[in-house]
Write a protein that binds this ligand. Structure first.
Ligand code: KIV
Ligand code: ZN
Length: 521
């Protein structure tokens, strides 16, 4: 396709909806708000904040995001039924600009086995859904779920009917990640040629990555004429994930000669946003991940390094600073003040309230007494701990001591605070200090868990680096994450356990008050 003026492609981010459906990717309200702020700073056009009918927690998150985030269009998902759509609008109504996103499956396999509906019934349900959404707001997106496997003639009929009913965006999802670039290209092109009212809507694509083709398929859709891409930060999402925002945006930017497109994304915010999400969800970004992985710009071979020194473009197609890799990581020290910390936090993509900043600053000062150089990784670890605990401050660590060694049973003495009360327990049990710390926390709080995952890693370099612990525990069939950081690994473990325990306690109390379903924790 040859064009002179670049087309602006809308970036529809669904990290907080489809991305949050990623196994292990669930977030609490304050974590979602933090991510929403970062997405707004990144410059996404539309932010899908959640699926309000799915649970009270989802509803609350969409409502808070709609009420507080300014800039992007805030979108809520709904099936094509009145209850879903009414609930979506209830959550969205405070948004500066709102979009209701209705979806209905159209493929034969879904019609026959999931919905048990005929083609005509699908069309009338879709039309009803679009019209109901339109009665609340004039920005309505219709998604033909499993569009990539839908008979093309029927897809054209559904799309035409949805546009006639008033849909302003038509989304073509590859729900199961089955299609290929050529197929996606043809599908979009066919819709553009055959649907008579197609000029009244923006065509969008929504690709899953089951065959590792989500980015390629999205680019193919753009070449064919799609004007919106649905994607997530780090490509998180159901199963193998969704189209990765950073990859698709940088592909269009780097190969502008080929695509002739632009986006509103501030690309220098890509790495900070990716790291923020990874810290918040505990979902690691693989080192060699394109654009945002730690190795994405690391040149190991001597020949490459030599070429780079002579002329960067020999081996570099993008500049690390264009995607937000900091030139240097050494930032603050003992004498740095609150303003410097606030500044650095902002650059790293965090938006702290005055109260949060004060807590992080107090911890920063304690850390600066133990450690000469404070790196970005240290700051992120401190902030992350604060955000994760923001709504769950029930149990906190007062102090602990541990005795362990070869050929002896470890012993932990732990003191926790719960409101005004302080509890101490001495536990001599387990096969090491970490295990003993788990036993001690469970014994004081009175909640039993099964440890599913335990990860320790260094937040920065050096022997005095903060250790970052991520735990995933199971309680009554549900999984809960916890994160903790300290220069002392046992302490980091206790903090991570408390973080997970506080999520369990919060959920139990919300559930007994009838305000939450298990998936919100
Ligand atoms: O993958 C999918 O089909 C979806 C729709 C709800 C858009 O996520
Ligand atoms: Zn999806």
């Amino acid at each position: 396709m040859t064009q002179t003026t670049p087309r602006t492609i809308r970036i529809f981010d669904t990290t907080l909806r489809d991305g949050e459906q990623s196994p292990g990717g669930s977030m609490n309200l304050s974590e979602k708000l933090e991510v929403a702020q970062a997405l707004a700073s990144l410059g996404v056009d539309i932010m899908e904040a959640g699926f309000p009918i799915a649970s009270p927690g989802d509803f609350e998150a969409v409502r808070e995001i709609a009420a507080t985030i300014r800039g992007p269009v805030i979108c809520g998902l709904a099936r094509c039924n009145d209850g879903d759509i009414d609930r979506a609008w209830e959550a969205l109504q405070k948004a500066e600009r709102a979009r209701i996103h209705v979806f209905l499956a159209t493929s034969a396999i879904h019609r026959e086995f999931k919905l048990r509906m005929t083609q005509d019934e699908i069309i009338s349900r879709a039309v009803h859904g679009v019209k109901r959404a339109l009665s609340y707001c004039d920005d309505v997106e219709f998604s033909a779920e499993d569009a990539a496997r839908t008979e093309i003639d029927f897809l054209c009929r559904v799309v035409e009917a949805a546009i006639d009913a008033g849909a302003t965006t038509i989304n073509v999802p590859d729900t199961v990640g089955y299609t290929t670039p050529n197929e996606m290209h043809d599908r979009i092109q066919t819709l553009l040629y055959r649907v008579p009212n197609i000029d009244r809507a923006v065509l969008s694509c929504h690709c899953h990555d089951d065959l590792g083709l989500a980015v390629a398929n999205s680019l193919a859709a753009v070449v064919a004429g799609a004007g919106q891409i649905e994607c997530t930060i780090n490509g998180i999402g159901e199963r193998a994930g969704n189209c990765s925002l950073e990859e698709v945006v940088m592909a269009m930017r780097t190969r502008h000669d080929l695509y002739h497109t632009t986006t509103q994304i501030r690309t220098e915010r890509l790495v900070p946003t990716s790291r923020l999400l990874s810290k918040i969800t505990g979902l690691d970004v693989q080192r060699n991940k394109a654009i945002v992985g730690r190795n994405a710009f690391a040149h190991e071979s001597g020949i490459h390094q030599d070429g780079m020194l002579k002329e960067r473009s020999t081996y570099e197609i993008m500049r690390p600073e264009d995607v937000g890799f900091a030139k240097t990581d050494l930032v603050l020290g003992k004498h740095s003040g609150r303003a410097a910390l606030a500044d650095r936090a902002r650059e790293l993509g965090f938006h702290l309230t005055g109260e949060q900043l004060q807590v992080v600053f107090d911890q920063f000062k304690i850390l600066a007494d133990k450690k000469k150089n404070i790196f970005d990784g240290d700051i992120i670890a401190l902030i992350q701990q604060q955000i994760a605990g923001a709504t769950n401050t029930a149990w906190t660590l007062e102090s602990y001591s541990v005795e362990s060694g070869t050929k002896r049973v470890p012993c932990v003495e732990l003191t926790l605070r719960h409101g005004e009360k302080v509890f101490t327990e001495r536990v001599q049990q387990g096969d090491g200090p970490i295990d003993a710390a788990f036993w001690a926390v469970e014994s004081i709080i009175g909640i039993k868990t099964i440890c599913k995952e335990f990860r320790v890693r260094s937040a920065t370099i050096g022997r005095d680096a903060m250790g970052e612990v991520n735990v995933e525990v199971e309680h009554e069939g549900q999984s809960y994450r916890g994160t903790g950081a300290s220069t002392d690994t046992v302490e980091a473990t206790i903090l991570a356990m408390l973080n997970a325990m506080n999520r369990i306690v919060t959920e139990k109390s919300l559930r007994s008050a009838g305000k939450v379903s298990p998936q919100d924790a």
